[in-house]
Design a protein around this ligand. Structure first.
Ligand code: SF4
Length: 214
C-alpha cells in the first residue's frame, strides 16, 4: 500500500509540476474520491467535473453534495443544455449527456486527472499513468491516472485509513456505479464493469472517444 501510495503521489506531483491548467473528472466513485483526496491537498480548488446526466442514483447526488460541502470542493456540474435522448439508446444518450458536456467542460485545460484503474475492465487493461489524448474537435490533454495499477482493496484501504466516507451503494453490492438505469450488479466472478449497460457495452465513450497519441 505504501509503495502504491508513494507512486500515486509521485505521478500527481510530477503532473502538477508541468504547470498546465488541471482538473479532475469525478463520478464520486471510490477511486475518483481517492484521487480527489490526494489532489486537493496540493491544489485545494482543483475543478471537480461531475457529469450531471439527469439519471444518477439519489445516493450519488447526496454523496456529491456532502463531500462538496465538507471538503469545500470546487465542484462543477457539467450538463447538456437541452438533453433529449434517453437510456434506451445508450450510445446516443451517453454521447449527448456525457461526452458532449465533457468536451465542453475540459476545454481550456491541459491536464486531466482521472480515477481510472487497469483492473476495472478489459478496456482499461493497458492504461498508462500518463497519456496524451486528442478529442475529435482537436482538443488535446495530458490524461493522468495516478491509481492506474491499484486494486479495489487498496482504494478502500486508503479510504479507511483516511476516514473518508464511502458511497453507500458499494455496501449494496455495486462495484461500479454510473447512471441508475444503466447500472446493475455483475454476476459472481465478472469484472466490476460487467453490470454497466446490461452488458451491451463497457464504456460510455468518455475514455474511448479520444485518440491516444503515441
Ligand atoms: S449511462 Fe445510461 S442514462 Fe447515463 S448517459 Fe449513458 S445511456 Fe444515458
Amino acid at each position: 500500500m505504501r509503495d502504491a501510495l508513494n507512486q500515486a503521489i509521485s505521478i500527481i506531483e510530477g503532473a502538477l509540476a508541468e504547470g498546465g491548467r488541471a482538473c479532475l473528472t469525478c463520478s464520486f466513485q471510490a477511486e475518483d474520491v481517492v484521487v480527489l483526496h490526494l489532489l486537493r491537498q496540493r491544489l485545494p480548488k482543483v475543478p471537480v467535473m461531475f457529469l450531471e446526466t439527469g439519471y444518477h442514483f439519489p445516493e450519488v447526488l447526496a454523496y456529491r453534495d456532502q463531500l462538496t460541502r465538507d471538503w469545500k470542493l470546487n465542484t462543477i456540474n457539467l450538463q447538456h443544455p437541452k438533453p433529449t435522448l434517453h437510456p434506451d439508446t445508450p450510445a446516443e444518450c451517453c454521447a449527448q449527456r456525457k461526452v458532449e458536456p465533457l468536451i465542453a467542460g475540459l476545454t481550456g485545460y491541459e491536464t486531466w486527472f482521472t480515477g481510472l484503474r487497469r483492473e476495472q475492465s478489459p478496456t482499461r487493461a493497458n492504461l498508462q499513468p500518463t497519456e496524451q489524448h486528442r478529442f475529435p474537435n482537436g482538443l488535446e490533454l495530458t490524461k493522468i491516472s495516478p491509481l492506474y495499477d491499484w486494486t479495489m482493496d487498496e482504494v478502500f484501504a486508503y479510504m479507511t485509513v483516511n476516514d473518508i466516507p464511502v458511497l453507500p451503494l458499494y455496501e449494496q453490492g455495486y462495484p461500479s456505479i454510473g447512471c441508475a438505469p444503466c447500472t446493475h450488479k455483475p454476476e459472481p466472478g465478472e469484472h466490476a464493469r460487467a453490470g454497466r449497460w446490461g452488458g451491451q457495452k463497457l464504456e460510455c465513450g468518455l475514455h474511448t472517444i479520444t485518440v491516444k497519441q503515441e
